[in-house]
Design a protein around this ligand. Structure first.
Ligand SMILES: *Cc1c(COP(=O)(O)O)cnc(C)c1O
Length: 390
């Protein structure tokens, strides 16, 4: 019999009832060190007092009015994002996949209104992930996500990752945009080299193509910059943000330049909940912490410390681990053993990690994880690895 919850997830037999900082308490009382942060969502850990206060204060005054009226917290969040980034304008939604929907619509509408309605095609990369909506799965294109769900949204071309010649050849006078994650998340924590991002930006500029960056996972301080593309010095035309910006409250947004957003006039897009006061109040509080030079420098320092300690564990268990890669606190350990075995051993050692493609175990801790918890995480990973070779 089908369970009451549609069985689209294979869940671990764990039930968390309380969270605090980087720790989660299981129903049976065990305390797990959370190195997954709800898949890069709980950017300031669980139950951060400032986020709780922002949410509760807003809840006491006003929950929802709709986008028929001005929403002060939405304006505050949009202003903060515009002042901190390349963007001139922001649309608020509720998830990463919704951000993908708008990014695709915005790119196509831009060229439609610019008198080039034939420019509808979008180039994406194999191994990427852009969410589970119809546009999201068509954009990523992997059979795992698309099989059985056809006909797919047309207009996407998929290229192998890192093939500049193929990219050069693929951009035509029908191309409206290129979409990619500066650091592939689900694909196995694969950073796109700065040179590739620069080359891609140049190619987009030369052809008038819009560059869409999906920073749903790698954005909002995760790599030690507010947004991952900042490391390369380039800027996108359109950017998708979600996960970490809400710190656990479901919000997403699309950031864009005035040029890219030119077609998005009144009535062309909308969302009932997007930009809701509760979510935006939390988003403002999250940004107040993360969009800060000292905070971001500390992310890099913590990341360096975690990475160095991880190298030691990896070297100690060559039959379990192969290497570590990633940027900032977005790290992937490529495994020799099946990553699912490693993650299960981690559960036994009471530490939470997240799988990714290419046999990778992801570490995506809270960005403010205390140094002592980093040391504890490495000790627990060591214990998990030990149990696999014993
Ligand atoms: C998680 C993710 C999405 C989808 O976000 P949802 O909030 O789950 O819809 C899109 N792109 C990337 C890179 C992601 O990691």
């Amino acid at each position: 019999m089908i369970p009451s919850i549609l069985p689209t997830y294979n869940r671990a037999p764990l039930t968390f009832v309380k969270g605090e900082g980087s720790w989660l308490t299981e129903a049976d009382g065990r305390r797990f060190l959370d190195m997954g942060a709800g898949i890069a969502v709980n950017s300031l850990g669980h139950a951060h007092p400032d986020l709780t206060k922002a949410l509760v204060d807003q809840a006491h005054s006003l929950w929802h009015t709709s986008n028929l009226y001005n929403i002060p917290k939405q304006t505050e969040l949009a202003d903060a994002l515009v002042s901190q980034t390349f963007a001139d304008t922001v649309f608020m939604c509720n998830s990463g996949t919704e951000a993908c929907e708008l990014a695709v619509k915005m790119a196509r509408k831009h060229f439609y209104d610019a008198g080039q309605p034939e420019r509808t095609e979008i180039i994406a990369f194999e191994g990427s992930f852009h969410g589970r909506s119809a546009a999201g799965i068509a954009a990523a294109g992997s059979e795992k996500m698309t099989k059985g769900f056809g006909p797919l949204l047309p207009g996407f071309t998929h290229l192998p990752f890192g093939d500049h010649e193929a990219l050069n050849a693929a951009i035509t006078d029908k191309t409206c945009a290129v979409i990619l994650e500066p650091v592939l998340g689900e694909g196995g924590i694969i950073p796109v080299p700065d040179q590739c991002l620069k080359g891609l930006r140049d190619l987009c500029d030369a052809t008038g193509t819009l560059l869409i960056l999906d920073e749903v996972q790698c954005g909002v301080g995760r790599t030690g910059k507010l947004f991952a593309h900042e490391w390369s010095g380039i800027a996108p035309d359109i950017m998708m943000v979600a996960k970490g910006i809400g710190g656990g409250f479901p919000i997403g947004c699309v950031l864009a330049t005035e040029h890219a957003a030119s077609g998005m006039t009144a009535g062309t897009h909308g969302s009932t909940y997007g930009g809701n006061p509760l979510g935006c109040a939390v988003g403002v509080a999250v940004l107040q912490h993360i969009a800060d030079t000292d905070f971001l420098e500390d992310v890099s320092r913590k990341a360096g410390m975690l990475r160095q300690k991880l190298e030691g564990v990896i070297a100690s268990y060559p039959d379990v681990f192969e290497c570590v890669r990633g940027v900032g606190l977005m790290l992937g350990i490529k495994c020799k053993m099946p990553n699912t075995d490693v993650i299960a051993a981690c559960y036994d050692a009471e530490i939470l990690t997240v799988p990714a493609a290419d046999n990778v175990v992801r570490l995506l801790p809270a960005l403010n994880i205390p140094d002592s918890d980093i040391a504890e995480a490495v000790a627990r990973l060591d214990r998990a690895a030990q149990s696999l070779v014993a």
